[in-house]
Design a protein around this ligand. Structure first.
Ligand code: MLT
Length: 324
């Protein structure tokens, strides 16, 4: 009897010593998108996840967990079991700016994640409601100065990309608008199209179809060169505001402690997606920038996050009102 018990215990020991991740993934994977559906992070996540699902043989299901400039969803991801079944699409706000504006942030963007890789760079575009009277960026900046807090700027919460980049833009332009908070720039864009708000600084992947359809007005793309996705929209350099150049980014993270074999499988699936002609076309047609290949690996993304936390700390420290 004793022998049998010992044999069972030994077998159990052998079983538990086997890598738990060998057969991963055996069920669908949840990818947390920390903003409302239909916005730029959601768009990038759905395009990339569709291709990765095919490679992994399991569906990656998008779950939108919005709030607090993306930090609610990313906190949930950081605190999830590190078993590869919960990952997140973070971005320049959640993994760059957030520590500078949330003193009580519940995660450390560098230490609390196993980085998987950069999905896409997303240049910023300054857009306004379609009937905003200014004819170019210079006139728009003058109108912002004159309009003060009578003008409404939409953003996706303190620390989000739209918030941080428009904080920078407003200070360069001398604008002091009323800042209106949304759960993502997907819903903010709906209100911009409807004319309920005046302007925003948003990631290009959210905007190209609306700019092409003429339902919103684009004053400038915050790049040194025009974006191939919007060849008719001038750059901030052409428009007289060369200091405002910024490209945001969206990237995949797993919780810290995720087994290296799973990180490798996720990373390989992401790299395969980013090498796929159809997936690339969809991202590039929306203005996505896939040129920073160095950051598409776990090591590269780790370096990117480290430098972004430092960069945004310098830019934003002390600029944010009480974070909400
Ligand atoms: C979104 O998906 O809504 C955005 O990434 C929000 C933002 O950070 O501006």
């Amino acid at each position: 009897m004793k022998k049998i018990t010992a044999a069972v215990a030994l077998a159990a020991g052998v079983l538990s010593a086997a890598p738990v991740s060998a057969a991963w993934p055996e069920r669908p994977i949840t990818m947390i998108v920390p903003f409302a559906a239909g916005g730029p992070t959601d768009v990038v996540a759905r395009i990339v996840a569709e291709n990765m699902s095919r490679t992994l043989g399991q569906q990656i299901v998008i779950e939108n967990v919005a709030g607090a400039g993306g930090t609610t969803g990313i906190t949930r991801a950081a605190q999830s079991a590190p078993d590869g079944y919960t990952i997140a699409m973070g971005h320049m706000g959640t993994h760059g700016a957030a520590p500078a504006v949330y003193p009580d942030l519940k995660y450390d963007p560098v230490k609390d994640f196993a980085p998987i890789g950069l999905a896409a760079g997303t240049p910023i575009v300054i857009v306004a409601r379609k009937d905003f009277p200014a004819k170019d960026l210079g006139a728009f900046v003058a109108a912002l100065k004159a309009g003060g807090d009578k003008l409404n700027e939409a953003h996706a919460g303190t620390g989000s990309v739209s918030y941080t980049t428009c904080t920078l833009f407003n200070s360069l332009a001398g604008a002091k608008p009323t800042r209106v908070v949304y759960r993502g720039t997907g819903p903010a864009l709906n209100d911009l199209v409807g004319g309920q708000v005046d302007y925003m600084c948003d990631q290009i992947v959210n905007l190209v179809p609306q700019i092409q359809a003429g339902t919103i007005k684009a004053y400038a793309v915050a790049l040194a060169e025009r974006s191939p996705a919007l060849p008719d929209v001038p750059t901030t350099k052409e428009g007289g505001l060369p200091e405002f150049q910024v490209t945001a980014w969206n990237a995949i993270f797993a919780p810290k402690g995720t087994p290296p074999e799973i990180v490798k499988k996720l990373s390989d699936a992401l790299l395969k997606a980013l090498a796929d002609a159809g997936t690339r076309r969809r991202l590039i047609d929306l203005g996505g920038d896939l040129s920073a290949t160095w950051a598409q690996t776990p090591e590269g993304l780790h370096r990117l996050v480290e430098s972004e936390v430092q960069r945004w700390n310098k830019v934003l420290k002390g600029t944010a009102p009480a974070a909400k």
